[in-house]
Design a protein around this ligand. Sequence first.
Ligand SMILES: *[C@@H]1O[C@H](CO)[C@@H](O)[C@H](O)[C@H]1NC(C)=O
Ligand SMILES: *[C@@H]1O[C@H](CO)[C@@H](O)[C@H](O)[C@H]1NC(C)=O
Ligand SMILES: *[C@@H]1O[C@H](CO)[C@@H](O)[C@H](O)[C@H]1NC(C)=O
Ligand SMILES: *[C@@H]1O[C@H](CO)[C@@H](O)[C@H](O)[C@H]1NC(C)=O
Ligand SMILES: *[C@@H]1O[C@H](CO)[C@@H](O)[C@H](O)[C@H]1NC(C)=O
Length: 377
Amino acid sequence: MKPLFSNVALFLLSLTQAQAAVRRSIPSQPTVGTFHRRTYFYAGGEFAPQSPSVISHGQVYVEHLVPEKVTQPLPLLMVHGMGMTATNFLNTPDGRVGWADHFMSKGWEVYLIDQPSRGRSPWSESTDGDVVLLDTETVSAHFTAPQDFDLWPQAALHTQWPGNGTRGDPVFDEFFKSMVQYLNSTSQSEVELQAAATDLLNKTGPVVLLTHSQGGPMGWVLADANPANVHAILAIEPGGPPFVDAVLDTAPDNVWGVTNISISYSPPVASPSDLQPTVVFTDPSVSFTCFQQGTNPPRKLANLVDIPVLMVTSQASYHAVYDNCTAAYLQQAGVSVDHVHLEDVGITGNGHMMFMELNNIEIAEKVLEPWLAKTIH
Ligand SMILES: *[C@@H]1O[C@H](CO)[C@@H](O)[C@H](O)[C@H]1NC(C)=O
Ligand SMILES: *[C@@H]1O[C@H](CO)[C@@H](O)[C@H](O)[C@H]1NC(C)=O
Ligand SMILES: *[C@@H]1O[C@H](CO)[C@@H](O)[C@H](O)[C@H]1NC(C)=O
Ligand SMILES: *[C@@H]1O[C@H](CO)[C@@H](O)[C@H](O)[C@H]1NC(C)=O
Ligand SMILES: *[C@@H]1O[C@H](CO)[C@@H](O)[C@H](O)[C@H]1NC(C)=O
């Protein structure tokens, strides 16, 4: 018995060592999390011809996370930005808890998506069009290490990214590897998201949207098509500025003001030129020009006027250059926007990827949750 027992013990011991070795080789392991049930499904999509039969395209991957105790009246639907997927809101690249787990710990049911034509949402070149992929230098310069590149004045204030934010740093490399190709056409991205996520909202009923960056315009077009199912929007540095390109963008991709596809104005507009974009101010230090509507009175964004919006801008992001212009544009169009600059509430040093930076939980607790508590009843 004894030798057998020791053999078993030895076997168990080596198994434990093997498991520990495997665990050590996984770079990102959240130290804590929220007990929940996870399911996934797909929303939207349609069949398109492909010899010898058809394919399905345009559908959106949806991950549904339900904490043990749901105490909030509505679910949160999180929409990531350019080159990203739903992983943005899971654990951070250095293994801390992300916003999905955090909000679940506060009783929120969470839906995450991979935008159509990327990540786990299928892409077909013939039906969806060309894709592009961000490179490490663009990502470091704009998102994770702007302080080393000095492309806009506030960049020097960036301190909150975990690690040095450039290639070779393990956290940066982990983050960069999570990025995927995305449709080169902003218009096609918005069309596909709007269609697929409308089907999603038909299934979920009313939600609070949380959008980031390129996901921002997605939120406006989605809410425009489904105003009854979007109760509020948390717009984290939403894609902008109105009408023109600035800092990161290389081509104008908000020709309808804050979206690149048609959105409902009142009185209606036949073409974007009816909005009569007019210069409000220019900032020569970053060659940025702020445009607003030139008509008097300005047209209203007809389906967004009853949806409260919290816009959040960090101190050191390129969005610090122009988000006040985007907020002013929405307000001019009748949208109720509370715009918080993080440094004004004592939260300093953040960049564009604030939900995975060192103080991501502080931002949720000090800024997002108090606003949600007074806005969602
Ligand atoms: C992406 O679109 C731009 C025009 O907006 C074009 O110049 C560029 O070649 C396109 N890239 C790819 C990979 O299709
Ligand atoms: C960032 O850290 C990595 C790994 O230590 C190093 O290879 C790289 O040179 C660092 N980059 C900067 C800009 O300090
Ligand atoms: C934005 O919309 C305009 C007008 O439809 C179009 O010409 C342009 O290619 C779109 N830009 C992107 C990046 O999709
Ligand atoms: C969503 O529901 C509305 C109202 O029932 C319906 O008109 C629309 O076709 C549905 N859209 C999708 C994409 O399921
Ligand atoms: C936005 O910020 C810029 C630079 O700080 C400032 O010059 C401008 O007056 C602001 N505009 C609005 C509409 O708040």
